[in-house]
Design a protein around this ligand. Sequence first.
Ligand code: S3P
Length: 436
Amino acid sequence: MSERVDWTSRPSGPIRGTLTVPGDKSISHRAIMLAAIAEGTSRISGFLEGEDTRATAAAFHAMGVAIDAPAPSQRVVHGVGLHGLEPGKHALDCGNSGTGMRLLTGLLAGQHFDSTLIGDASLSRRPMRRVIEPLTSMGAAIDAESGLPPLRVHGNRSLHGIRYAPPVASAQIKSAVLLAGLYAEGETEVREVHPTRDYTERMLAAFGWPIAFSPGLARLGGGHRLRATDIDVPADFSSAAFFVVAATLVPGSELVIRGVGLNPRRTGLLAVLRAMGADIAEQDRREQGGEIVGDLVVRHAPLRGVEVPLEHVPDMIDEFPILFVAAAGARGITTIRGAAELRVKESDRIATMAAGLAALGIAVRETDDGAVIQGGAFRGGRVDSAGDHRVAMSFAVAGLVARDVVGIADCANVATSFPEFLASAKSVGFAIGITS
Ligand code: S3P
């Protein structure tokens, strides 16, 4: 990872202009993975040039897949077919990325060679039993001390399909099982109580793999082949979310964010912000590579606290850090429940957000699976992002409406998902800078 970087974010004028945010992280990971094991050459445009997705591309390069980068955000992947990967010479480094590691574990469980997966300090603390258990029941052999990375994924196993109901709502678990299912004998089925993002299912279909899926259900059989295809990655809703909240909170703002992926399994935040009083319009909804995209037009509006409905939690799982900031800037109380998953993200997001808000003078009470936030006025102060990209960007938004400067420590990890955040933020009126 890059060197330590701190930011300051100051009270600003209105957030105005037109912005395009980088490509979707989840889709970029999957595009590389499926293109690598497809037959033929796939072109990916809108690829996220972030550390997480580059780590996934580097892992496949290390396994013998030729990947060209003819221009920024473009990749040309020369697929080697389902059985064409070669063992990497070294451990495969997933960096900060839980998605990269968990999906790769499923895919590597079906190979004819052993692999080792490693990650940075944050990823090395994240739970992997959630994929090891279902994959083991498919016949995989995976070693991990205490269920944590590094993972040793053994090859030359014969896998068989399973019917699986993950105990936590997680697209990463579902995807790991489905990717192993490509290599398994018989049928693999995943049933979810709370449907999660369906990008793996959609992309497998786009690459020609027979798959049946609907919200909460995915079913496929082994023994087919993936055929190369071109993928046009939409802009990442999770990156757009910081600007949606910024323009909502700062008086006089009016912002257009173009070409944002609006898959309903990702946009729970829009429903919650609208229930809080936000003024967010969707324009020019269109299809792009099998996904719905649209332009978001956001105008300032005063917010009021809400109880976040449980059914929205999986559809906004990455947006809770910025929702904490929106809630702190609202009138009244916001209650978040059913979001214990936040404790095992890039940081313990309930704890890091609660500590940061408290440092800025906001009354917040942590609970096991959420928080109760009393909206109020942000004063200036110093907060620690704990090396979590989404926490850092969320407090950058808090700084816009604080009474004084907000200092944010440990922001280098923003490069995992949104390397050009500072430039984009400045271009629409953030008063933000680097202090170290
Ligand atoms: C992701 C799924 C989510 C999300 C992560 C990306 C994916 O994790 O938090 O940023 O691409 O599948 P879980 O599915 O484990 O909740």
